[in-house]
Write a protein that binds this ligand. Sequence first.
Ligand code: G3I
Ligand code: 9MR
Ligand code: ZN
Length: 779
Amino acid sequence: MGYHVFRKGLALLTAGLMLSSAAVYAPLPADAEGNLISNGTFDSSVSGWGTYKESGGAATLTADNGRLALNVTNTGTKNYAVQVYYDIIPMYQNGVYHLSYEISSSVDRYVEGLIQLNGGNYQAYTWKGLNITSEPLTVDYTFTMKYETDIMAKFLFNCGDTGTELPEHTIYLDNVVLELVDDSQVEYDAFMPYEPDIMTNQVGYKPESEKIAVFRNVTDETEFSVVNADTKKTVLTGMLYGETEYPGADETDFYGDFSDVTEEGTYYITCGGLDDSYTFTVGDGVYDSLLDDSVRMLYLQRCGEAVEDDDFGHAACHTGLAKVYGTNETIDVSGGWHDAGDYGRYVVPGAKSIADLLYAYAAAPELYSDHIGIPESGNGVPDVLDEVRYELEWMLKMQAESGGVYHKVTCENFPGYVMPQFETGQLIATPVSTTATADFCASMAMGYEFYYDIDRTFAETCLAAAEKAWAFLEENPDLIFDNPEDITTGEYGDSSDRDERYWAAAQMYRATGEEVYKTAFDAMIVCRGMDWTTVGDYGNIAILTMDGIDKTSTAYKKCLNSVTSQAKKLAGSVEEHPYGISVTSFNWGSNMTIANAGVILGLGYELTGNSEYSKAAESILSYLLGRNPNGVCYVTGYGTVSPQNPHHRPSMAMKQSMKGMLVGGVNQNLDDSAAKAYLASVPAAKRYVDHSESYSTNEITIYWNSPLTYLLSLTETEEDVWQPGDVNADGTFSIADAVLMQKFLLGQKELVNQKAGNVCEDYDINVLDLSVMKEMLRK
Ligand code: G3I
Ligand code: 9MR
Ligand code: ZN
């Protein structure tokens, strides 16, 4: 956030007048009013209702003359072998509910109508055993919810086995009404997550970093203090400034700049009647263990070998052969990392992780130790490289004879919430795609480069595989992946493989220096992106950070322009945003999008020396680590409040949150049932719930973690990598820089890289610098 730059002075002047219009944000429970069943009359459909069948049960569901009709052809062997249900009902403890419906059946039979916990011990909150006939029975009663609040309860009828054999028959349901009629005894607050008034990065700040806290629920406060948590002494007092409406979070925000707190220590912020902030640390090594854990998490995601860890250790998993989809061929594709909260292994997202981690390492090798606690620790190779190699070794197995690369290996469906060794279904390698093949090609080219001095044989293997993949790409213009009908695991689909090919060409050129790749790359129009669908920026990074690259070449210039123009735009968005990030709409995995922007800004800083970019990158890091509308540090095990219930099978199975994982974060689209239940009435920028069923906000992935690692690397590098005098930040010092300098001094233009303009290295930029620059040009 750059508010302080122009608003600080103003704030000091107006501080006394700042009677706030801050909206005190108190979320209301989702959908607690009116009929909780959105479709209870079945006028035209049974939408919202579904069936569950097991143990031989068989039934179909339709709307029949304005009634729900469940045609039961087999009652199965259990009372719940056939169910008709309505999901996600908010049931508040001590709430009084009124339930009514009409039910009948074409044959006389017994059914059970209940509302229950959907999982665990399936506790019934209300239950009625009913003998029904062809004459509609009206059920109408009031009950009190005695159990703990459950806003994802399930209303259902058990229509399975009754102990007597029944012929095929139809059960009819109509006029279903469920209302919360008395909520006077409901303590809504009791289950609402606490929302802090003062948000900071909960992990901490480096001494020299800009430090800005966000304040909300401000009434008449004007001043804040930073207090040393150990001595309880106030170390800084400052004024709130920058009152900003943030409709996205339905709140009014103020800011406090405490950048002047540079002494190592643990602090918190106080501000009048607001709740104190959580504590945070200022110090040089604040992110050290976070960086290590962000990498070690990948070790814990390893597949195909026994993992050793006190909490998450497990026997080797997924060691069986995989069937090549649609054939009888079986192949060994063991190894690699589990993608996410599920145990699939997918090439496309794996490649993103590899790129992030290797470039993270290249940006600041000194940060990566050989003792983060993986089996290879102490082998003389930085652990991050050992870890990435584990994924590369797996990827090598994913290459088919043709040179093309299988898109993914998973079972047909996602597994239950078990540790990985208990997912034992048939593994399936799904068809080759050109997105996977190009991503593979780029990854292997990186493998060649990064392991060349460590293990020549492995490096050569990587290059050979990359070349084979390239040859395949040349012959196969477009094989885009869609999930086959019978496979429901992650798709990682794409509409175009253009950016993947762009990245592959750049990386192949960088690895080999060969003209063919350069020619191919030069012919491609510039691409962007670093999520899994778009990877163009990895191509740009490959060129921009390539040893000995000709900075006057067209290739270099197109990449430079792409990255710096993105950085410029992103820095502007960060500056504008109430919480200092670049996104305004939040989709699945928004924390990755946010972290990726931080990476581009970090790179932008390295390329141009524009400190607005590095500040913006750090601002983004602060958002991820706690300075956000939810007041949550989105990395498990860090900060004061972090996700306790990630959608992550090992964490769910072991009933504890694995450390060092970045969750997906806010997703305004309500893409899962928990999000629908908990977040429907929550403003867009706060739609995150720490619930293990919320895979669209609270899952983790290897490729959400890796940009965090990369961002940490970039915010830790302090060396100036630009050239003195290169004020237009095009990578070289030339006459064009002197011209820009002249215009700057005349007040006509801005310098892109301020620091590079101070060639005299004195207190400011003036004519003296210009004359030195002219001298430099003469030499
Ligand atoms: O980009 C669009 C945006 O323009 C649009 O406004 C918005 C509205 O729906 O959607 C946005 O796209 C979303 C996309 O993620 C990017 O955020 C899609 O809706 C959303 O469905 C999609 O979600 C993906 C999800 O799989 C479902 O396909 C996630 O990106 C992706 O990370 C996730 O990946 C899963 C794997 O399949 C399986 N393993 C776990 C992993 C993480 O959840
Ligand atoms: O666990 C799955 C998670 O990894 C995926 O990201 C998500 C979306 O594809 O799906 C999760 O699996 C759920 C499935 O989509 C729907 N049924 C329940 C599954 C577990 O929550
Ligand atoms: Zn596994």
